[in-house]
Unconditional design. Sequence first.
Length: 87
Amino acid sequence: MANTPQAKKRIRRNDRRAEINGNRVGRIRTFVKKLESALAAGDKDAATAAIAQVQPELARGVAKGVLHKNTAARKFSRLTKRLAALA
């Protein structure tokens, strides 16, 4: 257990940040799942609309530090490739 006031404050702060970051990652996953379901259904219009929402969410995740930039780039690249294969 933390003894110093600074260590106690860090624990409180880390708990708050973990909750916020978890919500951010969950939001990204939700958008990716919407896109993947549209791709699985073969709905090009829905997939095109979904990828327009996924890209800024991935970029925001990188900017906020919850995703590594290469991870976001890899996910976006693979999803874009799957969308292009629908045509």
